[in-house]
Write a protein that binds this ligand. Structure first.
Ligand code: PLP
Length: 388
């Protein structure tokens, strides 16, 4: 059968993920030090795992409410009120999702009409552009630069806004660059969202992982923004719970209701044992989260220092657990650099080009890896750069 004619055209048009391509090369190789996968190296703290085990032990193996357990939505509401300083009603304004991934997907599908434009800053998380295409929207990327710390500038945003612009996607701290927005820029961006009546999808999955004592500010907390923002957050990163597949969206009731319409038919609900574990994470997870964050902070400082020492210009990212060194001085493309580094030194990092054209010339290294491996990886990279 000719399957190419059977696949929907908009899906066929989506390129394969550059990350996936790269990771297939690394599969099954025990000798490789990976700075590739964007995932904590910590196992989920024991008390959170225990809550999932208890949930199963008690025989909680059923569906939950489509919105998610009320106990979890109440905990989310309390946590979001404390951390982001925004109040959401647990009965109507919070939807528990299968990771932030699902929240992104259903928010786009719930809000977009075919052909409407979604603006996002690039380099960006690999799912954004494909998710927009799958929701029949038009993806509009705004390039960010090393000189601006890879942060979105309001002036650059304003240039791409058209009458068809409907949604603005923001991700601070950013995957893959670790970029954060200054409060001034965030205010400028918020003003533009209000002026042009844009809905903002704020993917703040790395918001706890801010360093140098700086507190994260959500765009949803700025004047006039709660009513037009879908705040998306989850448990994968700061609580080291990637495998639990749990996230949530906080938004005005009509938007949650629209997202629910899709969620109830596509997912029904998130897994109950993950939801029970998440209550424990929110209620009692702060000390362990702080310990992990302190460890990332230390590793960030080490990696940034070593990369600059070995001749790759690397800005100091304000958040997440990625660095994005500039490799243009080597004369190699990001893919060539990553492939040759893997071949010569068995160190895996992701070519910046996988995160959009403006990521070309850079390399994404995830430093959520043990300190010993980071030391070895930096020594290997130094040797590799020395041979170029
Ligand atoms: N958003 C960003 C910016 C990410 O980096 C990731 C995962 O790497 C996700 C969303 C997906 O997170 P989740 O595990 O909650 O689906």
């Amino acid at each position: 059968m000719d399957y190419s004619a059977k696949i929907a055209r908009h899906v066929a048009s989506i390129p394969r993920s550059g990350i996936r391509d790269f990771f297939e090369l690394v599969q099954g190789r025990d000798d490789v030090i990976s700075l590739g996968v964007g995932e904590p190296d910590f196992v989920t703290p024991w008390h959170i795992r225990e809550a999932a085990i208890y949930s199963l032990e008690k025989g909680q193996t059923t569906y939950t409410s489509n919105l998610g357990l009320l106990s979890l939505r109440k905990s989310i509401s309390k946590y979001v009120s404390g951390f982001f300083e925004i109040d959401y009603n647990p009965a109507t304004e919070i939807l528990v999702t299968v990771g932030v991934s699902e929240a992104i997907d259903i928010a786009l599908r719930a809000l977009l009409n075919p052909g409407e434009e979604v603006i996002y800053h690039e380099p960006c998380y690999v799912s954004y552009s494909p998710s927009i295409v799958m929701a029949h929207g038009k993806a509009v990327a705004v390039e960010t630069t090393k000189e601006d710390g890879f942060s979105l500038k309001p002036e650059a945003l304003e240039k791409v806004i058209t009458p068809q612009s409907r949604i603005l996607m923001l991700n601070f701290p950013t995957n893959p660059t670790g970029a954060v927005a200054t409060n001034e820029d965030l205010e400028g961006i918020a003003k533009l969202a209000v002026k042009h009546d844009l809905i903002v999808l704020a993917d703040e999955i790395y918001s706890e992982l801010r360093y140098d004592g700086v507190k994260h500010v959500s765009i949803a907390s700025l004047p006039g923004m709660k009513e037009r923002t879908v705040l998306m957050h989850g448990f994968s990163k700061a609580f080291a719970m990637t495998g639990f597949r749990l996230g949530y969206a906080c938004a005005p009731q009509p938007i949650i209701e629209a997202m629910m319409k899709i969620h109830q038919y596509s997912m029904l609900c998130a897994p109950i044992m993950s939801q029970n574990a998440a209550v424990e994470a929110l209620e009692n997870g702060a000390p362990q989260m702080q310990m992990m964050k302190d460890s990332y902070h230390q590793r960030r400082d080490f990696v940034v220092k070593r990369l600059n020492e070995l001749g790759l210009d690397c800005h100091t990212p304000g958040g997440a657990f990625y660095v994005f060194p500039d490799i243009r001085s080597t004369g190699l493309s990001s893919k060539e650099f990553a492939m040759q580094l893997l071949e010569a030194e068995s160190v895996a990092a992701v070519p910046g080009g996988a995160f959009g054209p403006s990521g070309e010339g850079f390399l994404r290294c995830c430093y959520a890896t043990g300190m010993e491996d980071l030391r070895t990886a930096m020594n290997c990279m130094e040797r590799f750069v020395g041979t170029l």
